[in-house]
Design a protein around this ligand. Sequence first.
Ligand SMILES: Cc1cc2nc3c(=O)[nH]c(=O)nc-3n(C[C@H](O)[C@H](O)[C@H](O)COP(=O)(O)OP(=O)(O)OC[C@H]3O[C@@H](n4cnc5c(N)ncnc54)[C@H](O)[C@@H]3O)c2cc1C
Ligand SMILES: *[C@@H]1O[C@H](CO)[C@@H](O)[C@H](O)[C@H]1NC(C)=O
Ligand SMILES: *[C@@H]1O[C@H](CO)[C@@H](O)[C@H](O)[C@H]1NC(C)=O
Ligand SMILES: *[C@@H]1O[C@H](CO)[C@@H](O)[C@H](O)[C@H]1NC(C)=O
Ligand SMILES: *[C@@H]1O[C@H](CO)[C@@H](O)[C@H](O)[C@H]1NC(C)=O
Ligand SMILES: *[C@@H]1O[C@H](CO)[C@@H](O)[C@H](O)[C@H]1NC(C)=O
Ligand SMILES: *[C@@H]1O[C@H](CO)[C@@H](O)[C@H](O)[C@H]1NC(C)=O
Ligand SMILES: *[C@@H]1O[C@H](CO)[C@@H](O)[C@H](O)[C@H]1NC(C)=O
Ligand SMILES: *[C@@H]1O[C@H](CO)[C@@H](O)[C@H](O)[C@H]1NC(C)=O
Ligand SMILES: *[C@@H]1O[C@H](CO)[C@@H](O)[C@H](O)[C@H]1NC(C)=O
Length: 595
Amino acid sequence: MKLCQRLALSSTLAGLSAAVILQNSSQLKESYDFIVVGAGPGGATTANRLTESSNVNVLLLEAGGANDGELAIDVPQLCVTLTPNTAWDWNFTTVPQEGLNGRTPSFPRGIGLGGTSAVNCLVYTRGTRSDIDAWAALTGDDAWGWDGMLPYFMKSEKFNFPVDGHNITGQYLPEVHGFDGLIGVSVPGAARAIDDRVMAVTAELPDEFPFQIDMNSGEHLGVGWAQALVDSGVRSSSKAYLAPDYLARPNLDVLLYARVARVVGSDEDALDLRGVEFQDGVDGELRNLTAGKEVILSAGAVHTPVILMHSGIGDAEVLTPLEIPVLLDNPSVGQNLTDHVGCSITYEVNSNKTLDNIWRDDSLMDSLIAQWKANKTGLLVDTSENHIAWLRLPEDDPIWENTTDPASGPTTAHFEFLFQNGVYPTQDSGNYFNLPVGAVSPASRGFITINSSDPFAAPLIDPRLLSAPIDLYMVRQGIRTGQRFVAAQAWDGYFVRPLVDLETDEQIDDYIRENTVSFFHPVATAAMSPADAAWGVVGPDLLVKGTTGLRVVDASVVPRLPAAHTSAAVYGVAEKAADIIKAAYPELFASAAQA
Ligand SMILES: Cc1cc2nc3c(=O)[nH]c(=O)nc-3n(C[C@H](O)[C@H](O)[C@H](O)COP(=O)(O)OP(=O)(O)OC[C@H]3O[C@@H](n4cnc5c(N)ncnc54)[C@H](O)[C@@H]3O)c2cc1C
Ligand SMILES: *[C@@H]1O[C@H](CO)[C@@H](O)[C@H](O)[C@H]1NC(C)=O
Ligand SMILES: *[C@@H]1O[C@H](CO)[C@@H](O)[C@H](O)[C@H]1NC(C)=O
Ligand SMILES: *[C@@H]1O[C@H](CO)[C@@H](O)[C@H](O)[C@H]1NC(C)=O
Ligand SMILES: *[C@@H]1O[C@H](CO)[C@@H](O)[C@H](O)[C@H]1NC(C)=O
Ligand SMILES: *[C@@H]1O[C@H](CO)[C@@H](O)[C@H](O)[C@H]1NC(C)=O
Ligand SMILES: *[C@@H]1O[C@H](CO)[C@@H](O)[C@H](O)[C@H]1NC(C)=O
Ligand SMILES: *[C@@H]1O[C@H](CO)[C@@H](O)[C@H](O)[C@H]1NC(C)=O
Ligand SMILES: *[C@@H]1O[C@H](CO)[C@@H](O)[C@H](O)[C@H]1NC(C)=O
Ligand SMILES: *[C@@H]1O[C@H](CO)[C@@H](O)[C@H](O)[C@H]1NC(C)=O
């Protein structure tokens, strides 16, 4: 686009990103080279990078709407209010989980611009070197290992300094961060009353709880400052890739309330899947569109396998009874679903400097919101915790006598702590310390499947949480480790009582089964595998095996769940995917054509 045109556009549309989103499908162009499905980290990143070349037209289809100016989405601390069962959630629950006494916990997924990254809890973690090297081993492609991926993690990242202006030397390692990318990452911008005590435990008990300077360096064991997806005090989601400057590109169109039912082949070749059938508007008509080059599915780890199955790509034994014609019998579609699990232990504390006050005192919350609006400072600029720990069961733990270590390597955690100065939702009175304990190298594997020929029926989500005994054990030992953490002298006089007494293994295990929830990190449901492998859904080039014109770029291709919150991984995967796609069409993406 010429500079004068761009200036004219940006002056009329300044700040009004909705104005450059298509009003409705009557504004669609005649043709698009790429149709991307889903505006989360996978899809928004891909759509942005492909439209760097002015030779290429991209249409991004998103099932939900825009959410600009929604306070709870923009204010980091309000993240906990965004799910489940809100306007920004798909409102799923799991099927009954045997490991959780038959309970059906909610399984939130974001809908709308930003996808799940607009409603998540902002923690930025990449996993360890061995976690990402496992991707290289599983795909047979070294480029998918840590050394190959680190430049992509950094490319996506705009590390920014915390809004309180404190000196962060010693709180992170600048050399592993990107400063010129799009998604904001920062360390906490408001001190909390427990910060000093958490740090004091690392000095008091360094063998069990060492200080970790940067959990995104490839090494993560220990206790360190949380890094969160925050840009100058505001949530940073994949909407950063759809900021007004990018939406102003004449070659990038975004259509909202466009829900894809399935991908469709051409008349000549049923496996040339460059078509999409989508619902045009809420309760609108179905219509078809065909991409010149490719359809890219970025609907996330739940919806991507569902779209594939409704398109006839999946296990014939599932599709045939539903009378969905089988295009490609691939039993891996939807399988290998891996997720993190855990539950919290909560203590009443002898202090009133906790976040509990903001959840029950409207005038306090109002004044913090006013401060956030005025200058993006104050207690609302951070996510739920200022510190996170990544810890392992000991080498000589008796469990290793009969169980294989499910972690990717000897310096990858089994469990995670999130140190929260308050609990949400809180009680009517009292002040609390809350410690979510998650199993982050789980052995359990579940699946996503369909149970209806209606492409818009809710899928069956069965993560089989705690189905592997080692996962329960990791949470139990994690809770015991948490009990040692709070027993450190650094907390002297701080704790009044635990809300639940957890002493015997039996008490702890009962508590875990009754209280464990998903930690919301599903991956691997359309996993990458070597081109010639008998399992897997996409190759290392992310093309759906056995088809042409169809790629997947989202959490579902991640072949092994890192011991990390997952959005960092998806941004990295999508940055790399964009380069893979550019390399596949040199005539479209010659460097001279860069916009
Ligand atoms: C409550 C919660 C907290 C979380 N906390 C964190 C955290 O602190 N840190 C972290 O890193 N990760 C966190 N995650 C996970 C993280 O947000 C996801 O891993 C990440 O967003 C996945 O990106 P994605 O692009 O694969 O999918 P998504 O972000 O889910 O995006 C998929 C998009 O596709 C759209 N879509 C789906 N189906 C269709 C269709 N048929 N047609 C058109 N569009 C469709 C969806 O509406 C959505 O916009 C959390 C998740 C949840 C639910
Ligand atoms: C589609 O949007 C255009 C304006 O861009 C408007 O004129 C038209 O009425 C809209 N059509 C429908 C069906 O809403
Ligand atoms: C989820 O439930 C909320 C509250 O009832 C609703 O507003 C929203 O539209 C639902 N989400 C979807 C995708 O239906
Ligand atoms: C920040 O702290 C480090 C070490 O504590 C010090 O060397 C550095 O000068 C400080 N930076 C600023 C800007 O004060
Ligand atoms: C889309 O194309 C497929 C395959 O040709 C066809 O079966 C389907 O009916 C079409 N849908 C619409 C809405 O035209
Ligand atoms: C699940 O993933 C593993 C590799 O982690 C692979 O060996 C196995 O075949 C996969 N299962 C399916 C059903 O795809
Ligand atoms: C916190 O405790 C102090 C000292 O007991 C008291 O003065 C103050 O009013 C309390 N603040 C709140 C918000 O309860
Ligand atoms: C931000 O605003 C608050 C009041 O709303 C004020 O107390 C604070 O000093 C301001 N901070 C900065 C850095 O301007
Ligand atoms: C495996 O070891 C653990 C820890 O010692 C023990 O609790 C469990 O009963 C053992 N399981 C089997 C099958 O031996
Ligand atoms: C699948 O659908 C059938 C028919 O609607 C229903 O009877 C059955 O309970 C469903 N299965 C599950 C696991 O939900």
